[in-house]
Design a protein around this ligand. Structure first.
Ligand code: SF4
Length: 486
């Protein structure tokens, strides 16, 4: 059915555009079941359009709202029905009942509530979106060509990288990972430090550790094949409900509504959901699930994301060219830009501390390893003091330094935002002639020259700190950028 819709009745966006231009739809969709949007082109709400009734006779109808159907043929040359409701949902039973009677008397056509309508509308909405997607889908490095099967390994790799991160920030990392570890077995065979180093700069480093662990599980326990259900995928490290649904839908065409931030925005507007996020998430997911077609589930999930990214944008959504303009409640009410509503922003606490950047005569910089568990677990950093509400005084900072040296406080501070707090760091720098023999209780201390530093598993915040401590630090880490949202 959907396949038919793809190539036939609606075909693609250009045909939709034609509908918009000429405001006309000829011929029956299904006997006795004329759909509202067949008869009511977007942007042309008041126009009378022609449609063919079940027995081949023609009648002229204006807008038939969602949830109603024509159950008997109109008389030839029937005058247009001046119908004002968008949906029986909004009419209410008191108003809707007399309205049906009036329509029947006035036009000789029996117009009644259609219990099949919502399922049918969902089907038609999905078909319209898929037709749009066939023409306007984004060309992303992890997407298989249209019509071909997606490689689950690529889908999984991209979905993990895209958590909390923009498509633009992920693309290069994805290509590098795939070139270096083209299969899940290759990734499983890599050392964790190598994976962390390759991930450096992408943020949320627990993802990299879990990625490596999950690759091991898939390679060892699943024979290199990913589980095909959302439930099976959720058992892998680092995969939550959204990611499991997205992989199951995109890689295996499972009917799982994976609703990312883009899709949330579209659905919140489509149904004018005014409940603020994150409380609205289950509501939006249920709407997404109800719209999910029987076939091409993966394409539908991606189409929803693409629509949010390209058309239903946070500011100034382009409703004029939207394939769902006919159905969109927020657009109809003129409140699209105000949705989705957001809950009150949490104030993130501010933490402050000192860092110590030491460079020896050969230009090597001292770094240590963070504990495996917790924030930035297993990543490298210059020695740091504890973080608290205020900066340590100079005397306090010198007590925190890894060894005695001519530590000089650099002007300015380094700022970095984590999910749950903001961090500000003062940097003390020292140029030393010889490396100290004893480095106290430092964890896995090592001295890295410029090229080793560039390749090391230094997260973005630590790169900023090292760069701030070195006179020539800027060029060293010029490529390090933080990326937070998809
Ligand atoms: Fe978004 Fe406008 Fe389309 Fe509604 S009609 S889904 S607000 S772009």
């Amino acid at each position: 059915m959907l396949q038919e819709d793809r190539s036939g009745r609606f075909g693609h966006q250009r045909e939709h555009a034609a509908l918009l231009t000429f405001g006309q739809f000829e011929g029956p969709r299904e006997a006795g079941n004329l759909e509202a949007h067949d008869l009511a082109p977007a942007q042309d709400k008041g126009r009378i359009v022609k449609a063919r009734a079940p027995h081949g006779r023609q009648c002229h109808l204006a807008r038939i709202p969602d949830g109603l159907r024509v159950a008997a043929p109109c008389r030839l040359g029937e005058a247009a029905v001046g119908l004002v409701l968008r949906s029986t949902l909004f009419a209410g039973p008191l108003f809707a009942g007399p309205l049906f009677v009036w329509l029947g008397l006035r036009h000789g056509a029996l117009i009644m509530p259609d219990k099949r309508a919502s399922a049918q509308n969902a089907k038609n909405q999905a078909a319209r979106l898929l037709a749009w997607y066939d023409v306007y889908r984004r060309d992303l490095p992890w997407r298989a060509p249209a019509g071909s099967r997606q490689d689950p390994y690529r889908v999984w790799l991209s979905e993990i990288m895209l958590q909390q991160t923009t498509v633009a920030a992920v693309a290069d990392y994805y290509r590098r990972f795939l070139a270096r570890w083209p299969t899940v077995e290759a990734l499983a065979a890599a050392k964790q430090d190598e994976v962390l180093a390759a991930w450096a700069g992408l943020g949320y480093y627990a993802r990299a550790r879990n990625l490596h662990k999950a690759a091991g599980v898939v390679a060892r326990e699943w024979g290199g094949r990913f589980p095909e259900t959302a439930e099976g995928l959720r058992a892998l490290p680092g995969i939550g409900p959204y990611t499991a649904g997205a992989i199951a839908a995109i890689a295996f065409d499972a009917r799982e509504a994976a609703v990312d931030a883009n899709a949330e925005r579209v659905l919140a507007r489509l149904y004018a959901v005014e409940t603020p996020l994150p409380a609205a998430k289950p509501i939006l997911r249920a709407h997404g699930q109800a719209l999910m077609p029987a076939a091409r589930a993966g394409d539908f999930v991606q189409a929803l994301m693409d629509l949010g990214s390209a058309v239903c944008t946070p500011k100034r959504p382009q409703c004029r060219i939207c394939p769902w303009a006919d159905y969109c409640e927020a657009a109809r009410r003129g409140i699209a830009e105000s949705l989705p509503r957001k809950g009150a922003e949490r104030v993130r606490p501010l933490k402050r501390g000192a860092a110590f950047v030491a460079r020896d005569a050969k230009g090597a910089v001292l770094v240590v390893k963070r504990p495996e568990k917790g924030l930035l677990g297993g990543m490298l950093e210059p020695p740091l003091g504890p973080w608290g509400e205020r900066f340590p005084t100079r005397a306090e900072a010198l007590l925190q330094a890894p060894f005695d040296a001519g530590w000089k406080k650099r002007a300015g501070i380094v700022r970095h935002g984590f999910t749950h707090f903001e961090l500000e760091i003062e940097v003390y720098a020292a140029e030393i002639a010889a490396r100290p023999k004893r480095l106290g209780a430092l964890a896995s201390p090592r001295w890295l020259d410029a090229s080793a530093l560039r390749a090391a598993a230094l997260p973005t915040v630590m790169r900023k700190i090292v760069a701030h401590g070195l006179d020539d630090g800027g060029p060293l880490f010029a490529q390090a950028k933080s990326a937070r949202s998809r």
